[in-house]
Each structure stands twice: as C-alpha cells, then as structure tokens.
Design a protein around this ligand. Structure first.
Ligand code: NAD
Ligand code: UFG
Length: 333
C-alpha cells in the first residue's frame, strides 16, 4: 500500500518507515523537520537500499497535504507528526494545540477531501493522566495533566466523532507507553535537541560522557527499589505494531484505541543497571527529589493489541540498550 507518514523523519516514524517498507509497503514521508534532521532520509535510504519520497511541509498546510495525498495516490495515513515535550507544552499551550490539534484537523480534512479514510494515530499513555493502578487497560478514564496530554485526548475525541459521523473511516489510536532503543544498524534513533527530558536518551548521554550523571527522580515510591516504574518498549516492536494496526484498519472500519506496551514495568535503577551492562560503562547517578507530575508505576495491559492486532512485543530490554548505545556512538548524526 501507499502510506503517508506524517512526522516520518522523527524517532518513531523513521523506525516505522523501515518496518513498513520492508513489509512491501511504499512509504511517503511528510515532515517539516521541526524536530528531526533531513539526514534521516538518506540514512533510511541507506538501510532500505532504495529512494524514499519525502515532502517537506507542515501538516497545518491543507493544500500541500491534499496535493501530496492525490499526487502519491495515498491509501492510508500514519500520523506521527506532533510536538511532544510535556514541559514545553505548559509554557506554549497555543503552539501545542495549533500544531497537534489544528494540524490533525487539517490532515483529516485533506484525507476527507481526497477520500482516504484509513488513519493510524500516535496517541500516548499520557491520556491516562496519573493512573491509580497498573496494568492500565484501554477502558481506564482519560485525563491529562498538561496541554500535551490534553492535545492527545482532544485528537482522540475528534477521531471518535469522525468515525461516528461517517462509518467508512478506519481509525486506530495507538497509545504508546515508553519507546526506547533504536534500529539494529544504529543509523537511526532518538535524537533529542538539548538536554533530554526522558530517561533513556539522558542516560545514554551520561554513558558517553556528554552529561555528568543521571538524576534519579525519587527513591521513595512504593516500588521494588523505590524508583519509578515504566513500561519501556523497543521502538522496533512499536514500529511493528503499526504494521499490524494498518492490516487491522484494512479489514475493519470504526474507531479503536489500543495500548502498545509490553505489559511489564522496569524501575529507573533497573534501566540504569541494564544500560551499564550494554555500554560497558559505569553510569554515575544521584537520587534527587520526585519530579512534579510523575506517578510511581505505569505499565500497560497489552491484551487488546494481542487480540485485535495479533501483535505483542518480542524484543527484550537488552536489545534496546545495545541498539541505543550503537546509535549514541554514531558519528556526525
Ligand atoms: P519526534 O519529535 O521524533 O517525531 C515527530 C516528527 O513530527 C518530527 O520529525 C517533527 O519534525 C515532525 N513534526 C512535528 N510537527 C509537525 C508539523 N506541524 N508538520 C509536519 N511535521 C511535523 O517524536 P516521536 O518520539 O517520533 O513521536 C511521534 C509521535 O508519537 C508524536 O505524536 C508523539 O506525541 C507520540 N508519542 C511519542 C512518545 C515518545 O516517548 N517518543 C510516547 C507517546 C506518544
Ligand atoms: N527519570 C529520572 N531521571 C531523568 C528522567 C526520568 O529518574 O532524568 C525517571 C522518571 O521519574 C520516570 C522514568 O524515569 O520514573 C521515566 O521517565 P521519562 O521521562 O523517560 O518518561 P515518562 O514515563 O515520564 O513519560 C514519557 C513521555 C510522556 C508519555 C509517557 C508515556 O515523556 O509524554 O512517556 O508514553 F506520556
């Protein structure tokens, strides 16, 4: 199939581009490179050994999207494009709503105008707010603690309304837990600007000597070792989840929201220890106070993905650490 990947040059989109392309789909990337590098495209071409069509543009540009969909005879869209930094969303809510919500509406209007009605949307476990228990299933009530999270909930609601209004749409919202790792080639991976907010890219930069130590946000949670527990999922497993969701969208209409996680939680200290083994480096860390807004434990109930998509995560965390370390060591990225 011909698939438009909005945000396809980003961390998750680029890995999905590899998986989809290797499964025989033709991927067309649409990205404004606001949070990614143009060099991702040539590195993807290197991995896939073929040319990739890439359109530089903003999803808020209806006319450009409509043209891109028509010209490339797009049959389905996987919508990764969005801003994703929680802290920044508190400081710039309008930018987040304009980019994420308005951008999605513009994309959906372009799809409607061209008769393309299959979409997979990058949602997030953030839609569960501060969950009171784990594993979290898809029926858990949605809430948000910041504009980024709210933008995901708004988009899910818009998609749900759309599916009700026109039953020929196939819409799958994938609620990602914590994506980590990189493609085994080490040619693509997570490439945050400035000091990373998330644990894995932060500790990779400590391991390589760019940052001095990891600050562990709290060791007084009710968990095995007192540090926060999350569901870390290998980005290649996540990418394969999109392939499965696409197949699902081709055989089913309507709206579905599905968790993509492993169903297992790991603590911050377990992650640090695991990364030390993979990188053969000692990772200095210091326990500091809890980070505002963090919950103790958050991991997925992953049964629905298995049931509906026939998908479950296969890779273990050591694969994620090894590939992330290889990526961290890539020169000139
Ligand atoms: P990313 O920032 O690496 O990729 C997003 C891509 O979208 C970037 O290449 C960026 O340039 C592009 N983009 C942003 N706004 C755009 C616009 N208006 N027009 C065109 N392109 C635009 O992020 P990612 O980690 O790959 O995340 C992809 C999606 O998954 C996002 O929607 C994010 O909210 C969601 N998500 C990510 C995580 C995570 O931890 N990485 C977790 C849950 C959900
Ligand atoms: N942590 C540290 N030190 C750091 C960074 C993180 O101890 O420097 C801890 C956090 O307190 C948490 C765990 O490591 O216990 C994971 O934190 P991340 O920031 O990597 O990930 P979060 O679970 O907080 O959030 C991420 C995204 C959210 C998304 C969520 C689920 O930032 O937007 O995953 O997908 F909603």
């Amino acid at each position: 199939m011909k698939i438009l990947l909005t945000g396809g040059a980003g961390y998750i989109g680029s890995h999905a581009a590899v998986v989809l392309s290797q499964a025989g789909h033709e991927v067309i990337i649409f990205d404004n490179f606001s949070n990614s590098s143009r060099s991702v495209i040539s590195r993807l071409e290197n991995i896939l050994n073929k040319k990739i069509v890439c359109i530089e543009g903003n999803i808020c540009d209806f006319a450009l999207l409509e043209n891109a969909i028509q010209k490339n005879q797009i049959e389905a869209v996987i919508h990764f494009a969005g801003l994703k930094a929680v802290g920044e969303s508190n400081a710039k809510p309008l930018e987040y709503y304009a980019n994420n919500v308005q951008g999605t509406i513009s994309l959906l209007q372009a799809m409607q105008a061209t008769g393309v009605k299959k979409i997979i949307f990058s949602s997030s476990a953030t839609v569960y707010g501060a969950p009171k228990y784990s594993p979290i299933d898809e029926e858990y009530p949605l809430s948000a603690t910041n504009p980024y999270g709210r933008s995901k909930i708004f988009i899910e609601k818009i998609l749900q309304d759309l599916a009700i209004s026109d039953q020929s749409w196939s819409i799958v919202c994938l609620r990602y837990f914590n994506p980590v790792g990189a493609h085994e080639s080490g040619l693509i991976g997570e490439d945050p600007e400035g000091i990373p907010n998330n644990l894995m890219p932060y500790l990779a930069q400590v391991a390589i000597g760019k940052l001095a130590k990891v600050y562990v946000f709290g060791d007084d949670y009710q968990t095995l070792d007192g540090t926060g527990v999350r569901d870390y999922i290998h980005v290649m497993d996540l990418a394969e989840g999109h392939l499965a969701a696409l197949a699902y969208a081709c055989r089913q209409t309507g709206f579905e929201a599905i968790n993509l996680g492993t169903g297992k939680g790991s603590s911050v200290l377990e992650i640090i220890k695991g990364f030390e083994v993979a990188s053969k480096k000692t990772i200095p860390y210091e326990i500091v106070g809890r980070r505002f807004g963090d919950v103790a434990v958050c991991f997925a109930k992953a049964d629905l993905a298995k049931k509906k998509l026939g998908w479950s995560a296969k890779r273990d965390l050591s694969d994620a650490f090894k590939s992330a370390w290889k990526w961290q060591n890539l020169e000139g990225k």
